[in-house]
Design a protein around this ligand. Structure first.
Ligand code: GLY
Ligand code: MN
Ligand code: MN
Length: 432
């Protein structure tokens, strides 16, 4: 509880003055009477970890900073159908707010809370229904102008302020993310052991999901990509419905979400458990590229350094494999390599799999600092084509790990997922 109180205190200090209104995510219908699994809004979760829908955090900055929660009232009948609700009283005590109120009183209380405040901190443009609700509250204050009340004159995007906080993970976040990565790594090992010619991609996906849930993860952090053969060259392939064939590779990009936090791991390996020569050539190249990119991660380096380190080695290797022709610099300059490597090497990782946080400060790439978490995920995707050596057709390889920036380098929190050719072949051999 102190972790979340501290985060609210830090945000209140950064605001200085004004009122922040931070709603959690709404429940969303999947189809008639049936909802998508509920997930709280990431900003709301970061600041209070209150798990129920229909909840709003209100922060009042100033000389006496206060944090208020609006949440659903206790309701014995509804709790019979959908489970426990804290109710304002228990929520206030359990989550350490200064006060809590029934969500039904929010619209009536908002104008009072906003009156005579210099600024409103809100995620304008995120949810239309909320924009309208806030507009109604502001107009209600404006209608009171003859009695001396005035509405906030400035609206700040509260997300930007929280983004800067979310970029540097604290100890609580790092502990959860280490555990999430460890569960995902175990899931990848399990998937390797289960893979064999004739299995369907969805059967391997089921192994991943089993390991996630059996280990306490609430959900996948994103839809698992289980892509055999040429499907590995479709970056966001999620059909996962094809049979795996002897002699082809399987690319799995899958990570669990644990207590709100994502992990994001990719492994690529042969369906039959033994790398062929050409598969080992491409895999070995991407592994060398990833090793170089990881070596470029350390406090003080720039966000783009791992990508630049990756490109040099990747393009050199593409020339050696005769996928490209010419010089390293020429192919980087012309971006000819994008035919085989069309995404970037890293993104921030946290509550969101593509986490919030600026990548640049003005024209300069963000400088890496201890506590930042980013993925390192080079790849090489070779679709069949007349001008490509046949041995490499339909080989798609990505290797993705999750890196915590430290003072001297980085900690690969996903290191338990087998990665060298020898380690992968051993796991697949022993799993049979
Ligand atoms: N799994 C999404 C990504 O790798 O960015
Ligand atoms: Mn990723
Ligand atoms: Mn991924």
């Amino acid at each position: 509880m102190d972790t979340f109180k501290n985060r609210r205190a830090r945000l209140l200090a950064r605001m200085g003055t004004g009122v922040a209104v931070i709603p959690t995510a709404p429940e969303r219908l999947r189809n008639r009477d049936s909802h998508y699994p509920y997930r709280a809004d990431s900003y709301f979760h970061y600041l209070c970890a209150f798990p129920e829908p229909e909840a709003v955090l209100v922060l009042i900055a100033g000389d006496t900073p206060r944090s208020l929660l609006f949440c659903r009232d206790k309701d014995a009948d509804k709790e019979t159908w959908t489970g426990h609700r804290f109710g304002p009283e228990a929520a206030c005590e359990h989550f350490g707010f200064d006060a809590a109120h029934a969500i039904d009183s929010l619209d009536q209380m908002l104008p009072e809370l906003l009156a005579n405040q210099p600024s409103l901190w809100f995620s304008l443009g995120h949810e239309q229904a909320w924009d309208e609700r806030i507009t109604r509250a502001l107009n209600a204050v404006r209608e009171q102008s003859r009695s001396g009340s005035h509405a906030p004159t400035a609206i700040h995007d509260v997300r930007l302020t929280v983004d800067a906080m979310r970029l540097i993970k604290d100890e609580q976040e790092i502990a959860v993310m280490r555990r999430a990565a460890s569960i995902s790594a175990a899931a990848h090992s399990r998937a390797m052991r289960a893979t064999a010619p004739g299995k369907f991609e969805y059967q391997i996906e089921a192994e991943l999901l089993h390991e996630f849930r059996a280990s306490g993860s609430q959900a996948p952090a994103y839809t698992s990509i289980v892509a055999g053969g040429a499907n590995a060259c479709i970056l966001h392939y999620v059909d996962n419905n094809r049979a795996l064939k002897d002699g082809e590779m399987l690319l799995i990009d899958a990570g669990c979400e644990l207590d709100g936090y994502a992990s994001d791991i990719t492994r690529s390996f042969p369906v039959n458990g033994r790398f062929s020569g050409p598969q080992a050539d491409v895999y070995g190249l991407v592994l060398d590229v990833q090793t170089a990119a990881i070596a470029a991660v350390r406090a003080g380096a720039r966000f783009n350094d791992p990508h630049e380190a990756a490109l040099k080695i990747l393009v050199r290797g593409m020339l050696d494999l005769k996928l490209l022709h010419g010089t390293v610099d020429g192919n980087i300059e012309s971006e000819a390599y994008k035919r085989f490597y069309m995404h970037r090497t890293s993104h921030w990782l946290g509550l969101d799999v593509h986490d919030t946080g600026e990548y640049k400060q003005g024209e300069q790439w963000q400088s890496l600092q201890p506590g930042m978490m980013l993925t390192i995920e080079p790849g090489c995707y070779i679709r069949a084509a007349d001008d490509i050596p046949a041995a490499f057709h339909d080989i798609g390889v990505r290797i993705e790990d999750d890196a915590l920036v430290t003072a001297s380098g980085c900690e690969i929190i996903s290191h338990e997922a087998p990665k060298t050719i020898a380690a992968i072949e051993a796991v697949m051999r022993d799993g049979r």
